[in-house]
Design a binder for this molecule. Structure first.
Ligand code: 13P
Ligand code: SF4
Length: 318
């Protein structure tokens, strides 16, 4: 087994002794998801971090998630079991690049995906996650220009749903989701023509999924573009005995199979694993609780400037 028998008990006991809440993203290793007090998508975890009364948050996820928790709750101790757990999408725009982009579009409203650094959030008007990106953009008056960053596939999805023309989209991407391609989705869907498709909007294949539905190759009601939390809600309603093709990071399959054991969930790309998410190992979680590391610090001035944008994010789409 990946963990020995006493590991989960020790994690829970140390967390209790230190008044710590353990949060895990849906892409974490199964044993980390199972030991956490809460497992969820980016938005749900941000809300839990903001509302928790625990004095310490141990964030099993990537660095921007722990930073977001610290921005929301500067008085709490926020730990991440490995501060090296980054995100290729958050790395696809810097605060300097954003400042230059803003200078080209004076007066535009800046909407940043939560997958951004604290320095980028400090330059942002409102953050969003994949669960509420459409609602966030719809909340902005129609005559205001929007700068949407950094994910081009999520941006294209939001533009498609809202029909918004005055929205500019940054050309960033997540290397894991960009690698879940249209041809892979089409091939899987031909092999399983009766299957539902759950597609994360960061995927390179999000457009292909809608194309398959538009062309009648897949019934439109079988195609669902969803955040990881949205996938879990859909799974609870899924037909027992059915097949679902899942286009997102493979860690998601664990929660889906738990939520609906009678459904056959299959990864569209079974190599779509985020090595940053998988840097959080059982041993490092234990180390975090024993040694109080790695502690996440956000420059108080940046945190102050980014806080309102993150607070708007957690308020929209409740
Ligand atoms: P959600 O959990 O918000 O769908 O985010 C996906 C993701 O890529 C997080 O890194
Ligand atoms: Fe970032 Fe992509 Fe990994 Fe999510 S899956 S943490 S967006 S690199």
């Amino acid at each position: 087994p990946a963990v020995d028998a006493g590991w989960a008990e020790e994690v829970r006991a140390l967390a209790q002794a230190q008044d710590a809440v353990v949060l895990a993203h849906n892409y974490q290793l199964p044993e980390i998801q199972d030991v956490a007090h809460f497992t969820g998508d980016s938005l749900a975890l941000s809300r839990i971090a903001a509302e928790s009364t625990a004095s310490t948050i141990v964030f099993c996820g990537v660095h921007f998630m722990a930073e977001t928790a610290k921005i929301l709750s500067p008085e709490k101790t926020v730990l991440i079991p490995d501060a090296g757990a980054g995100c290729s999408l958050a790395d696809s725009i810097t605060a300097d690049q954003l400042r230059s982009w803003k200078a080209e579009h004076p007066g535009a409203v800046v909407v940043s995906y939560v997958n951004t650094t604290a320095a980028v959030k400090a330059e942002t008007d409102v953050c969003c996650t994949s669960s509420n990106a459409v609602e966030v953009v719809e909340s902005i008056p129609a005559d205001r220009e929007v700068l949407f960053l950094p994910d081009q596939f999520l941006g294209a999805h939001v533009r498609r749903i809202t029909g918004r023309q005055n929205m500019h989209v940054w050309a960033g991407e997540c290397h894991v989701h960009a690698g879940i391609s249209g041809p892979a989705l089409t091939a899987q869907s031909e092999a399983h023509p009766e299957a539902d498709l759950y597609v994360h909007p960061e995927c390179g294949c999000a457009t292909s999924a809608l194309y398959l539905a538009g062309a009648g190759a897949v019934p439109a009601e079988h195609v669902k573009i969803l955040s990881t939390g949205g996938m879990l809600d859909a799974a609870r309603e899924a037909k027992p005995g059915g097949t679902v093709l899942v286009a997102t990071e493979v860690g998601m399959l664990h929660q889906l199979r738990r939520a609906a054991p009678e459904v056959d969930f299959r990864a569209v790309n079974d190599r779509a694993s985020c090595h940053y998410m998988k840097m959080i190992t059982p041993a490092k979680l234990l180390r975090a609780l024993r040694e109080g590391r790695d502690e996440v610090h956000v420059d108080p001035e940046l945190a102050e400037r980014g806080r309102a944008a993150v607070q708007r994010m957690i308020a929209i789409g409740q």
